[in-house]
Design a protein around this ligand. Structure first.
Ligand code: BGC
Length: 470
């Protein structure tokens, strides 16, 4: 067991180390926000042009698109002011085949337009031009709420001809190529932003959105005066941190293990999204697989004999970690999974495998806690408060499905941000309902500013009329 512990120790991060990690991220946030330093920043800190969280008066019917994992979804959403509710009227899932994730951008967007067309047909909505919220969960340099340039693909996507292009434009072109329906105004949304906004309708102190699923990321409300890249000093803007890129400049070198280095090297995007690769669902299973292989090679597991399946990349799925760590059935689950993987195990092996899973998932939860602590502390300092009460909207399979991930994350944030009381709210379909909410808030703000402009105009006209009377 001691030899096993030596491997696992490199996954244990002390509270002091986590404090260091949190302090490094704090510096990176500042660099990412800077007018000149952001070009070189590992943590991109992207302005989202979402300037307000919901105030509860939003309403109307919206379409939402959600692209970010292996499935693509289309939704029809109704925001109901009277009941303070966001209703999913209907939705449809379309699979994105692996070849399409690696094909051309045109194929991908034609597929999206096709799914949307079929959905509108089935709902008899083709004749209406509803406003549309597009949850596109990849790092985008947003120029406006409806102009969003893809910086790079992540999470296994790599379609050609999309990086560096405006995603809204690509979607509109695909719809115009068909010519059988149209859409209204578009709001581009990262899934973290959707998650924050979908919790924000009910709980208006929700100012952070966090995802720990296939990928990981968070957004939060930053003071405009600190967002140097966007004109204006007043109010706040939601910043999509893209914290998955933390460490891409080498700042996490001391916490990376040899297994993380292999995961990175063998990924389709080596050298980028270092933090994400230590944390999110796309990679956790693979880290465990590599550890199990190494322990077996060192004769510490399975009598030194691996299996063809265990030697195959991707075969140890992240969901196995959750199943193996379950309190009551975990050991039974582990036995079944190991048998499925073609391994010959004994009682001790099963317990060692569980320890390995625990080391990997626990590191993920603690690293996320360190990053979240940086954000809540920043909001607290921004507001000049000794104590901050805030809400975090959360989503993602790792957070939702793992038996003790959320508990460990929350307990660790409490230690790292003792001056903040945080409520965690699991978002109900942030990527769908949240996208509609962002669109609804954008419409409310546009309407308010139009009313303001109109009333300014009235005054001018009146003044002119008065002059004429004179
Ligand atoms: C993307 C983010 C996204 C996160 C969670 C990351 O890979 O870069 O934009 O929010 O995954 O889906």
């Amino acid at each position: 067991m001691r030899a096993v512990q030596t491997y696992l120790e490199s996954f244990h991060l002390s509270l002091e180390k986590l404090q260091e990690v949190s302090a490094r991220l704090r510096k990176d946030l500042i660099r990412g926000l800077g007018k000149h330093s952001h070009h070189r920043a590992a943590v991109k800190m992207l302005p989202t042009f979402v300037r307000a969280t919901p105030d509860g008066t939003e309403k109307g019917d919206f379409l939402a698109l959600d692209l970010g994992g292996t499935n693509f979804r289309v939704l029809h959403v109704r925001v109901m002011e009277e009941e303070q509710k966001v209703l999913k009227m209907d939705s449809q899932i379309c699979a994105i085949p692996q070849e399409m994730m690696l094909g051309t951008g045109e194929q991908l967007f034609d597929h999206i337009a096709d799914c949307l067309g079929k959905f509108l047909d089935s709902q008899n909505l083709k004749e209406q031009t509803l406003p549309l919220g597009f949850t596109f969960s990849f790092p985008c340099e947003q120029k406006e709420i409806d102009k969003s340039i893809l910086i790079r693909w992540t999470k296994g996507f790599n379609c050609s001809g999309v990086e560096g292009r405006d995603v809204v434009q690509l979607l509109k072109e695909a719809i115009h190529r068909r010519g059988d329906y149209d859409i209204g105004s578009v709001a581009m949304v990262n899934d973290t932003v959707g998650t924050m906004m979908s919790c924000g309708y009910k709980d208006q102190s929700c100012e952070i959105g966090m995802i720990i699923g296939t990928g990981t990321n968070a957004c939060y409300m930053e003071e405009m005066k600190n967002v140097r890249r966007v004109e204006g000093e007043d109010g706040r803007m939601c910043i999509n941190t893209e914290w998955g890129g933390f460490g891409d400049d080498g700042s996490l070198r001391d916490v990376l293990t040899e297994f993380d280095l292999v995961v990175d090297r063998t990924s389709i995007n080596p050298g980028v999204h270092t933090f994400e690769k230590m944390i999110s669902g796309m990679y956790l299973g693979e880290i465990v697989r590599l550890l199990l292989l190494r322990l077996t090679d060192d004769q510490l597991l399975f009598g030194g004999r691996t299996s063809e399946t265990l030697r195959t990349p991707g075969k140890f799925q992240t969901k196995f970690i959750s199943e193996i760590e379950e309190e009551d059935d975990g050991l039974d689950n582990a036995q079944n999974i190991l048998t499925e993987l073609g391994l010959k195990w004994d009682e001790v092996d099963v317990r060692v495998v569980r320890l390995v899973c625990d080391a990997v998932s626990s590191r993920s939860a603690r690293l996320c806690a360190a990053a979240l602590a940086t954000l809540v502390n920043r909001i607290r300092v921004n507001r000049g408060r000794g104590h901050l009460k805030t809400t975090v909207g959360v989503d993602g399979t790792v957070y939702r499905k793992h038996p003790n991930f959320s508990e460990e994350l929350q307990a660790t944030v409490r230690l790292l941000a003792p001056d903040c009381s945080i409520t965690f709210r699991v978002s109900e379909d942030g990527s769908g309902k949240g996208a509609a909410m962002v669109t609804a808030v954008a419409q409310r703000l546009a309407l308010q500013s139009r009313l303001l402009e109109d009333s300014d105009g009235d005054e001018e006209e009146e003044e002119e009329e008065e002059e004429e009377d004179d």
